[in-house]
Design a protein around this ligand. Structure first.
Ligand code: SF4
Ligand code: SF4
Length: 293
């Protein structure tokens, strides 16, 4: 009996997803995309009015036009904009801005012409796929750090290690101790109770101490931004190397983001621009630390 099961398993079709199919895939993330051709000032106003965060905002620009600003770092993927202004907004299935800088999570459109202003390309999945094998010369160890999340992001991160996504095929492992880690994958807004633990975990992490802010909460504080219990986003406490938006980001987006941060880090190493420590944006008193800590 057991040999029949083993035999059938060996005969079964390979279900591991090729990396090319994962990079840039955002199915299930519910992140919005703007259809510039259909965008009008009225539709933009309608979408901004229903956005529960400040992910969508309007700003006057020269020429009497109005700019629509979309900050994916603050988007909680509720889908309200796509419902209220369906012709100009839709839920996207492809998203490559994972693991990028905070600025690159922000996009802008002229609502009168529908044109994207200073459009920046996200990472190219094909180019990234080509680089992956040459990038990881050794294992990359990741410590996942929950700074106060709802655990939605953790559920997606857990899926990275299952046989379907199989992050370990790239030599990327999750480890229990920051002392063994090269990268911190930080989820949630940083709560007051966790701020000191987050800081100490970063101190204990091995070089190069790469930090990735995960989810709307990690990128901007998400729906918890402004709460008295929250210190802020991850970059209010730690120097962040890359941001992965979403609420929560899908495993494919997490994988795209981790690999993109790795690629950008390798580039800075090649050009000799090593990571420099950045002063914290939040004062010690706001972190709840006393003098002498
Ligand atoms: S999906 Fe994002 S941008 Fe659209 S309404 Fe929700 S939070 Fe705002
Ligand atoms: S980004 Fe969304 S899923 Fe992730 S911790 Fe915040 S609320 Fe939860």
């Amino acid at each position: 009996m057991i040999f029949d099961v083993v035999h059938q398993s060996l005969q079964a079709r390979q279900r591991l997803i090729p990396v090319q199919a994962l990079l840039g895939d955002a199915k299930g993330s519910r992140l919005p995309e703007v259809n510039g051709r259909s965008l009008t000032p009225q539709l933009a106003e309608r979408a901004v009015a229903v956005c529960p965060t400040s992910a969508l905002t309007l700003h006057p620009i020269p020429g009497g036009h109005v700019q629509l600003r979309m900050d994916y770092g603050e988007c909680i993927a509720c889908g309200h904009c796509a419902e209220a202004a369906a012709s100009a907004f839709h839920v996207t299935e492809a998203f490559t801005r994972c693991g990028v800088t905070r600025e690159r999570l922000v996009r802008r459109w002229d609502t009168t012409t529908g044109l994207e202003i200073s459009a920046e390309l996200g990472c190219d999945p094909a180019e990234l796929a080509r680089e992956i094998r040459s990038l990881i010369g050794r294992a990359l160890n990741i410590r996942q750090l929950d700074a106060g999340s709802c655990n939605g992001c953790e559920a997606e991160i857990t899926a990275l290690t299952n046989p379907y996504y199989d992050l370990e095929r790239f030599g990327i492992h999750f480890v229990a101790s920051p002392k063994h880690a090269d990268m911190l994958l930080v989820t949630g807004p940083v709560t007051r109770n966790m701020a000191e633990a987050v800081r100490q975990t970063f101190e204990a992490t091995s070089a190069p101490k790469l930090v990735v802010a995960v989810g709307a909460c990690g990128c901007s504080g998400g729906i918890f931004a402004g709460s008295h219990a929250v210190v802020g986003a991850v970059d209010d406490v730690l120097p962040v190397d890359g941001y992965i938006p979403g609420c929560p980001p899908t495993p494919a987006m997490l994988m795209t983001g981790i690999l993109e941060v790795l690629r950008r880090w390798k580039q800075t190493m090649r050009t000799g621009q090593a990571k420099k420590p950045r002063p914290l944006r939040v004062s010690s008193s706001r972190l709840g630390l006393t003098a002498g800590d």
